[in-house]
Design a protein around this ligand. Structure first.
Ligand code: BJW
Ligand code: ZN
Length: 270
């Protein structure tokens, strides 16, 4: 059994791991985007959606029962994301990725987030495990569809739900966001690439996820099997804390800059 170290400060042992690592996987969740103003998945919702939990809306049944409500919730979330900026946590990961690649190493960002804030901070994302808010496809025939950005004010919930647009490729289909709802399969290329990266990594960092949604939450266990160090950055205990070697209790936008600067990773240009 490993010994878990839980601290609020950044331990010297973690600084040394970051300094020495050449092949790193970062698994991120909603917490990394929280400091940009994006609500985490399990926060209480506001406005039009406050009677529903996000978990009730992110299901195929919810979309079948009330397509307009679910469609408009996703379009509103997309407009919110378009209105915010990446934060120091996203920027640090992009800088660390660039630093490692200049040294013939690599950092793979694997995210459960459906936003594009890692990319907008300059990082390349190996896999969006739960899809992307900006992508759409037909709920019936699966044909991908391009849509203009939503026109809501990002911070204000639209007053009434709107029906999803019809599909142009089949007679009865309607469009849905290309995200992964409960009970649906994750995109195999993203999941397989994430698993392969962890099997090749020498360090795994888990940032801002409650670690309860499967199968994403099982990915760090591949690192555990290989005996490589696992570090968590999160203000709260999570479903993954007990398998970690180190848990740093803090906000990612504060911990990551401190950690990378202590490890000598340049983050100043971002
Ligand atoms: C900060 C911070 C700061 C705050 N800095 N941190 C095995 C066992 C049990 C159940 C299952 C199982 N296998 C499958 C299941 C069922 C289900 C599941 O896992 N359910 C659990 C709830 C138990 N999984 C599935 O259905 C998956 N499909 C699947 O397994 O297919 C095979 C299959 C099919 C049919 C039958 C059986 C199997 C699909 C899961 C899809 C998840 N999709 C969602 C919605 C995406 C679209 C959308 O965004 O609307 O993905 S759910 C939601 O949870 C979203 C997130 O990506 C995901 C993870 O959430 P995340 O990122 O961890 O966010 P939060 O809000 O939970 O946590 C935020 C964290 O941030 C907290 O810890 C804070 O402390 C922290 N934080 N501020 C750092 N500043
Ligand atoms: Zn269709």
């Amino acid at each position: 059994m490993r010994e878990l170290s839980v601290t609020e400060s950044v331990p010297e042992d973690v600084v040394a791991l970051v300094r020495d690592a050449r092949r790193v996987v970062v698994l991120s969740g909603a917490g990394i985007s929280a400091e940009s103003g994006v609500p985490t998945f399990r926060e209480v919702q506001r406005g039009l959606w406050e009677r529903f939990s996000a978990e009730e809306l992110a299901t195929p049944d919810a979309f079948d029962n009330d397509p307009a409500l679910v469609w408009t919730w996703y379009r509103w979330r997309q407009s919110l994301i378009d209105a915010v900026e990446p934060n120091a946590g996203h920027r640090c990961l992009a800088a660390w990725q660039e630093h490692l690649s200049a040294q013939h190493g690599w950092l793979a960002v694997v995210t459960q987030n459906v936003d594009d804030l890692h990319e907008r901070a300059g990082a390349e994302v190996l896999g969006h495990l739960h899809g992307s808010l900006a992508a759409h496809r037909c709920a019936d025939c699966g044909e991908p569809a391009e849509l203009p950005a939503p026109r809501y004010d990002g911070f204000t919930a639209p007053p009434t739900p709107e029906d999803p647009p019809g599909c142009e490729s089949c007679p009865d289909g309607v469009l849905r966001p290309d995200v992964v709802w409960f009970g649906e399969m994750l995109p195999a290329p993203a999941f397989d690439a994430a698993a392969a990266a962890i099997r090749a990594a020498d360090l795994v960092v888990v940032v801002g996820t409650s670690g309860i949604v499967q199968p994403a939450a099982s990915l760090p266990l591949l690192g555990l099997e290989r005996g490589i160090p696992l570090i968590e950055i999160n203000p709260e205990e999570t479903g993954l804390t007990e398998v970690m070697d180190f848990a740093i209790r803090g906000r990612s936008g504060e911990v990551l800059p401190r950690l990378l600067s202590a490890a000598g990773v340049p983050t100043g240009r971002r």
